[in-house]
Design a protein around this ligand. Structure first.
Ligand code: GDP
Ligand code: IMO
Ligand code: MG
Length: 433
């Protein structure tokens, strides 16, 4: 059992391999808790060649006996949740008795999905490129104080009927010629609540009690720091706090409960959806990374945009989240490249910048300043110790650490659990003692 509770979160634009890292660390914890996002997330985990894609359910679920929590900061589409639970059951994973859902989590209803699509269409060329899952509209309702929570589905039916009716009326006013009937939706929502009932708990209390008993928690992030509603590339972001602040608000735990923060970063950079990506590549090299890394969205299948590693981004993430260490993933994807590049600064209209700017116009015109290092010809794929890595790969990692301001305590060299290096004498090896 590790000494403390650890947050594992994305340090770039998502899809860094958080699912793999969470799965691999889970045996050292009693509980894995998701604190934000929804089924916009797609966390792919391979176990003995079997592929699992998790969206809402924490990536710890594949280990028997681990409690998996969906916090109040998550927005839950009940239909997506049931689909995931059924899919896991089909693959031999039973969630009953160890899936716990916060009674305060907000629900995504079918009209949120419609509003997401409509809002993107209205933005036209300025669209965000959302996952069309209704995430933004559900969080809008939450902040607008008209959202429906899991506990509302289980409580007084009259009150729920009124909530659903008012929300449907509001939606009908927003969409021209829309006359959605509230009653069938109400019946559906009641049925959602009944199926969820056995899983619903006071998650904050559960966590406090289990932490008092010395059971440690892994806090699992979805999306990533650069997609954070406050600290990301606004407005090309998701609608929640994916960075470490979300842990406290999204689970009802105190800041001092977070004993360490691990940022997951790819050995290069990807992004899916719209918005600036300073190190974006095009042509053969982009294609090489996309095919080598199988960079296609786990939720939507969209091809991910690919570029070199951006140390400005990860240094920014290290500051925002107080990263104790980096889990560097997909090093093997760079195997065989004649040279590799790291971005250490941006040349912009106002001069050279080494800190990540808030103004997207600066970022859109930013020209990356690269350091070029030699590539490596022998493969890193599947390696389990740092010493086994080719000297050039070791050099790349050392320079990446210096420029990012955090050490790589974990290096992932393939998608399987076993294809992982945990650096000796690193914070992670200390946590796991
Ligand atoms: P997440 O959203 O951060 O959990 O990441 P995704 O699951 O969306 O995308 C990461 C993809 O890379 C998944 O298909 C993983 O199986 C895969 N992956 C994770 N780590 C490695 C690695 O070290 N090497 C390779 N080749 N693939 C990896
Ligand atoms: P994981 O957890 C990568 C992106 C979308 C879009 C923006 C807003 O797998 O890393 P939303 O549907 O959330 O309103 O879309 O955020 N996005 C992700 N990109 N990985 C994810 O999750 C993402 N979840 C949302 O592509 O640009
Ligand atoms: Mg993903």
């Amino acid at each position: 059992m590790p000494k403390s509770n650890i947050a594992v979160l994305g340090a770039q634009w998502g899809d860094e391999g958080k699912g793999k890292i969470v799965d691999m660390l889970t045996p050292h914890f009693a509980t894995v808790a998701r604190y934000q996002g929804g089924h916009n997330a797609g966390h792919t985990v391979y176990v003995d060649g079997r592929k699992f894609v998790l969206h809402l359910i924490p990536s710890g679920i594949l280990h028997p006996g681990i409690a998996c929590i969906i916090g109040n900061g998550v927005v839950i589409d009940p239909q997506a949740l049931f689909k995931e639970v059924d899919e896991l059951a089909r693959m031999g994973i039973d969630v009953d008795g160890r899936l716990l859902i916060s009674e305060k989590a907000h629900v995504i209803l079918p009209y949120h999905r419609e509003l997401d699509v409509l809002s993107e269409a209205r933005r036209g060329e300025r669209k965000i490129g959302t996952t069309s899952r209704g995430i933004g509209p559900a969080y809008e309702d939450k902040i607008g104080r008209r959202g429906i929570r899991v506990c509302d589905l289980l409580g007084d039916r009259e009150a729920l009927a009124q909530e659903v009716r008012e929300n449907v009326n509001a939606r009908n006013r927003m969409i021209i010629d829309s006359t959605l009937d509230w009653k069938p939706l109400f019946d559906q929502v009641v049925a959602f609540g009944e199926r969820m009932r056995p899983w619903v708990k006071d998650v904050s209390l559960y966590l406090a009690e289990s932490m008092t008993q010395g059971k440690n928690v892994l806090f699992e992030g979805a999306q990533a720091t650069l997609l954070d509603i406050d600290h990301g590339t606004y407005p090309f972001v998701t609608s929640s706090n994916a960075s470490v602040g979300g842990v406290c608000t999204g689970l009802g735990v105190a800041p001092k409960a977070i004993g360490g923060v691990l940022g997951v970063a790819k050995a290069y950079t990807t992004r899916v959806g719209e918005g600036p990506l300073p190190t974006e590549l095009s042509g053969d090299l982009a294609e090489r990374l996309r095919e080598g890394g199988q960079e296609y969205g786990a939720s939507t299948g969209r091809p991910r945009r690919c570029g070199w590693y951006d140390a400005v981004v990860v240094r920014y993430s290290a500051r925002i989240n107080g990263l104790d260490a980096i889990a560097l993933t997909k090093l093997d994807v760079l195997d065989g490249l004649p040279e590799v590049k790291l971005c250490t600064a941006y040349k912009t209209a106002t001069g050279t910048m080494t800190e990540f700017p808030a103004d997207l116009r600066l970022l859109a015109g930013a020209e990356p300043v690269y350091e070029t290092l030699p590539g490596w010809t022998s493969p890193t794929k599947g390696m389990t110790t740092f010493e086994q890595l080719p000297a050039e790969a070791q050099r790349y990692i050392r320079r990446l650490e210096e420029t990012s301001g955090a050490a790589c305590a974990i290096i992932s060299t393939g998608s399987d659990r076993t294809e992982t290096i945990v650096r000796q004498h690193s914070v992670v090896s200390d946590w796991l003692l």
